[in-house]
Each structure stands twice: as structure tokens, then as C-alpha cells.
Design a protein around this ligand. Structure first.
Ligand code: NAP
Length: 239
């Protein structure tokens, strides 16, 4: 039975990933700051819930007291704002969660992996392109890709692979917050805001969580053992 860790497993993409691996018979551990959300993901399954903040170095170290075979660094936070309006605190908080959180998770995962393993980061299309008002988020996600590509080379002879999945807008609470932000900023109804959000996606729709789950499942599979340092775009051809 594989030991699988999913950070940010209490909602959205992380919940979908955790439930997929649990249904496949793996032993899944999920983390996040809100225990109630983790318990909701767990439901009747045998998942293990651990409440922790991915930016807390000591807590992340403690999490890896046990071995994990598959580690999905999914926890992340959205952020918007033009560079000229960003406070240092706003900047630091996005970089801390989205980039430093992945660094800490992968660094400790390496200590626990024996004879191989799978590291997958949930990055973003914002890892591959910039955008007005997403500078901190995009910088953090570009950073994740730099980390993934570099670590992939470091582990290439160890049986471990390290890859990133780069979704466009996915139907989750984070995207819902983005839709609400557009509604408020441009004073437009929900359908118009949703159309503005999905405008860059050639399919003109949001990505389904299960479409991201499928990409993660592939990268975590035995068949993906030579896929390393890859950024898998799940964006309907946006990029
Ligand atoms: N939805 C999209 O359109 C989209 C597109 C591309 C990439 N992504 C990426 O996909 C990942 C999952 O996002 P989502 O859409 O599923 O959003 P979500 O539902 O808001 O999930 C984010 C998860 O991260 C956890 N988290 C946030 N800050 C944390 C912290 N400091 N420590 C521990 N856990 C933390 C949250 O749990 P707690 O609040 O309980 O801590 C939550 O479960 C993120 O990395 C996001 O950037 C999302």
C-alpha cells in the first residue's frame, strides 16, 4: 500500500486528489490548517488528518517522521493586486505559502523517501505566463516551477521524480473567490464574471477538479517513471 501525502487536502483540488488515491487503496494523509475541512474530505475513509500550516518548518518536519511514497504539494493561496499596490506583507504571505511551503514539503519528503517516490506540485498556468494583477501569485508559481525543474535533476538517479501540474482556472473555492472578485471590481453579474475569468481558456470553461486529478494520478503512476521535471498544463490549450 502506497503512503500518499496531499497538502491542502481539505478542499478543492486537494480534496479531489486525496479522495482519488484513497479510493484506489492507498493510505492517504491530508494536511491543512482547518481540521473540520480535513474531516469533511476524510468522510468514511481511512485517511489520516493532520492540522498544520505548510509554512511552519517544525510542523512540516514532524509530518515526515513517517515514510511517504507520493507527495502532492497542493496547498496554496490566491492573491490579486497590482505591483504598485502590494504591501511587503501581502507579497511575503503569498510567497511563503505557495513557494516556501512547497520547498519545505519537498525537502522533508526527500528525507523520508526510500528507493524512489513521486513529488508533484500543483503549480498553475500562472507558472508559465504572467498576468495583470497576479504578480505575487504568478511569481510564486513561477518559483515552484524553478524548484521542480531543479529538484528533478537532483533526484534523477534516485528513482524519485519531481513534476508540476499547471491548471488553468479550476472549479474550486479559490476560483469562486476570483469570480466574486471580478463581480465586485467590474460590477458585473456572475455569468459575465465567469466568462471573463475563462476568457483565456480556448475551451471557454473552467477545468473540472477531476481533470487535474487525472494528471496527478498519471504523474504518480509507475508508467510515469521517466517523466521528470515536467510542467503538465491542464488548461484546455491556454498555454
Ligand atoms: N482553482 C484554481 O483555479 C487553480 C488554478 C491553478 C492552480 N491552482 C492551485 O491549486 C492548489 C489548490 O487550490 P484550490 O483551487 O483547490 O483552492 P482551495 O480550495 O482554496 O484550496 C487550497 C488549500 O490549501 C490549504 N492551505 C492554504 N494555505 C495553507 C497554509 N498556509 N498551510 C496549510 N494549508 C494551506 C487550504 O486549507 P486551509 O485553509 O485549511 O489551510 C486549502 O485546503 C493551489 O496551490 C492553487 O494555487 C488552483
Amino acid at each position: 500500500m502506497r503512503q500518499v501525502l496531499v497538502t491542502g487536502g481539505g478542499s478543492g483540488i486537494g480534496r479531489g486528489i486525496a479522495q482519488h488515491f484513497a479510493a484506489a487503496g492507498d493510505q492517504v494523509t491530508i494536511t491543512g490548517r482547518r481540521m473540520a475541512a480535513l474531516e469533511e474530505t476524510k468522510g468514511d475513509s481511512n485517511m489520516i488528518c493532520r492540522a498544520l500550516d505548510v509554512t511552519d518548518e517544525a510542523a512540516v518536519k514532524e509530518l515526515f517522521d513517517q515514510r511517504f511514497d507520493v507527495v502532492i504539494a497542493n496547498a496554496g493561496a490566491g492573491a490579486s493586486g497590482k505591483v504598485k499596490d502590494l504591501s511587503l506583507n501581502d507579497w511575503n504571505s503569498v510567497i511563503n505559502v505557495n513557494l516556501t511551503g512547497v520547498f519545505l514539503t519537498f525537502r522533508e519528503a526527500l528525507q523520508s523517501m526510500q528507493g524512489g517516490g513521486r513529488l508533484v506540485a500543483i503549480a498553475s498556468t500562472a507558472s508559465l505566463q504572467g498576468g495583470s494583477t497576479i504578480s505575487a501569485y504568478s511569481a510564486s508559481k513561477h518559483g515552484v516551477l524553478g524548484l521542480v525543474r531543479s529538484l528533478a535533476i537532483e533526484v534523477a538517479r534516485s528513482g524519485i521524480t519531481c513534476n508540476a501540474v499547471c491548471p488553468g482556472f479550476v472549479e474550486t473555492p479559490m476560483a469562486e473567490a476570483a469570480v466574486e472578485g471580478v463581480m465586485a471590481k467590474f460590477d458585473v453579474p456572475r455569468d459575465k464574471a465567469a466568462a471573463m475569468i475563462t476568457g483565456n481558456n480556448p475551451m471557454k470553461r473552467m477545468i473540472d477538479v477531476q481533470e487535474v486529478v487525472a494528471a496527478v494520478a498519471f504523474l504518480a503512476s509507475e508508467g510515469a517513471s521517466s517523466v521528470n521535471g515536467h510542467a503538465l498544463s491542464v488548461s484546455g490549450g491556454e498555454i
